[in-house]
Design a protein around this ligand. Structure first.
Ligand code: 5AD
Ligand code: SF4
Length: 482
């Protein structure tokens, strides 16, 4: 998944901190931990589970790294650049550990899983390496380090969903929250490291999801994003690894819950709580899901539907499980069932053997769909993925870069065009906070996930405000509350 602007800002803010103050020479009752997260929304959500596990052992969370006894970095492996960012950060953290040898440094998440104990050799000052399915073991691993040993647990699980753990909301705005509904991925896209770092796909018990959403609603949260690597393939059948519906017994079928059914249950929790979800997979996105979206006003009319490439031969090499025609069929279904639904995508330029003509098919698919927004990447070969083993990474760097630039340029035009269409319309905006540019303005999002900025007056975070849109930049709508 991806690093959005908000996440990047959090990281930049944290990188600006002073790190060289000693951490353990203060008197305190409980040991404190600090967690920093990189990469996808799932990682941010996992860090909240980690915080809950540590707090239940009596540790305290802190937002200040310099006062922490334990520093955890929740890492991303999706592209080489993501790993480089984490390594740079680890070297900064290691400097402060040199000044304060009592501080425990732990690496969590996908890089921990990908590199396992090797990470301890490469990053000598790391004490703990723990993969995404082993967070319950963290208190024991801290105990190991207290005993003078380095500690590693990267065992992947067939059952773990952390369904019973109530996440500690870290650094949020008190308005929007993530709730994970599946873990792992069985799709095996040839370019992707996730099936290896996050393991097999498992769905979480719907009852625990509804309980978490109800609890968030009671605490005043107004927007829930259901998270999974492929939310459309959510299927609860009593626990354990994913199974296809047709392979369930009659009793399992009777008790099962698919994504459309789950989303309906979640939408019914509280009509004043908005629902979003990410990420959808074109091969699994059913009309049933689209009809549930259309039926409930509190389900946002926005779908993130990565297509990766507009060419069917490349899609087959990527093992995406659909063709260009299938993807277009899904887009047409969205537009038929919800004419006013915004769509965004993930796109990869320069995958192995991609020709100029095939690249132009990516551009033409963008023209067809007119995405509101896209996350756009150059292909980055990842160790041990199927593509790395089977194909040559043969597109020159300059070509990948130039194709990516063409994709970005086209997306900017489409994003701007989509926002221009909103001028003169009124949208219900959920306020998330005060605008970064001016204390006199608030920002929030409309159903399409577009950012809307408007004069503050007496409104505050968590309010729903009807805003008349009177202008836009290439990425933001501006308006007046009415
Ligand atoms: N290189 C470039 N982009 C990648 N993604 C996943 N793996 C790679 C890779 N090896 C992108 C895909 C995916 C998003 C989360 O990251 O577009 O949808
Ligand atoms: Fe990776 Fe494909 Fe799974 Fe997404 S669906 S996490 S791209 S393997």
């Amino acid at each position: 998944m991806k690093l959005d602007i908000k996440e990047k800002e959090i990281i930049e803010e944290r990188q600006g901190e002073t790190l060289d103050r000693p951490a353990t020479n203060q008197k305190k009752t409980a040991r404190k931990f600090y967690i920093e997260s990189y990469g996808c929304q799932m990682n941010f959500s996992d860090s909240e589970i980690v915080a809950s596990i540590l707090e239940s052992e009596g540790y305290q969370t802190t937002k200040l790294m310099h006062e922490a006894d334990m520093v955890f970095v929740n890492t991303c492996s999706i592209r080489e650049k993501a790993e480089q960012t984490v390594r740079k950060r680890l070297s900064v953290i290691n400097k402060s550990k040199k000044a304060n040898p009592g501080m425990i440094v732990g690496v969590l998440g996908c890089m921990a899983e990908r590199m396992k104990a090797k990470l301890l050799e490469e990053e000598k000052l790391v004490d703990i390496v723990v993969g995404p399915d082993a967070y319950r073991d963290l208190p024991n691993l801290v105990g190991e380090v207290d005993g003078g040993r380095k500690a590693v647990n990267v065992i992947l699980s067939k059952e773990e969903t952390y369904g019973d753990i109530s996440p500690v909301r870290l650094g949020g705005n008190g308005v929007t929250a993530f709730v994970s509904i599946t873990r792992g991925c069985d799709n095996m896209c040839t370019f992707c490291v996730v099936p290896f770092t996050r393991g097999r796909e498992r769905s979480r018990n719907p009852e625990s999801i509804i309980n978490e959403v109800s609890d968030l609603a009671k605490k005043g949260y107004k927007e829930i994003t259901l998270l999974g690597q492929n939310v459309d393939s959510y299927l609860w059948h009593g626990g354990g690894l994913k199974k296809e519906f047709d392979l369930l017994s009659d009793a399992e079928k009777e008790a099962s819950c698919n994504f459309a059914q789950l989303m309906e249950k979640v939408a019914l929790v509280d009509s004043k709580v908005r629902i979003r979800f990410s990420t959808s997979h074109p091969k699994d996105m059913s009309d049933e899901v689209l009809h549930v979206m259309a039926k409930y006003d509190n389900i946002c009319k926005y779908i993130h539907l990565p297509f990766q490439s507009g060419n069917s031969r490349i899609l087959e090499m990527m093992n995406r499980g659909y063709t260009r025609e299938w993807y277009i069929n899904r887009i047409d279904a969205i537009k038929r069932i919800m004419p006013d639904c915004a769509i965004s995508a993930d796109i990869i330029s320069g995958f192995c053997t991609e020709t100029e003509e095939e690249h132009r098919e990516t551009l033409s698919l963008m023209e067809y769909v007119q995405y509101h927004f896209s996350y756009m990447f150059k292909y980055s070969e990842r160790p041990n993925t199927l593509a790395q083993r089977k194909f040559e990474d043969d597109i020159p760097e300059e070509t990948k870069q130039r194709r990516l630039a063409e994709i970005i340029e086209l997306q900017q035009v489409h994003s701007h065009n989509q926002l221009k269409k909103d001028i003169g319309k009124t949208y219900e905006v959920l306020v998330e906070g005060v605008s970064k540019k001016s204390d006199d303005e608030l920002y929030g999002r409309n159903t399409h996930n577009s950012v809307v900025v408007f004069p503050r007056k007496n409104y505050k975070a968590g309010d729903y405000v009807n805003v008349f849109i009177n202008e836009c930049t290439s990425a933001t709508l501006k308006g007046e509350a009415i």
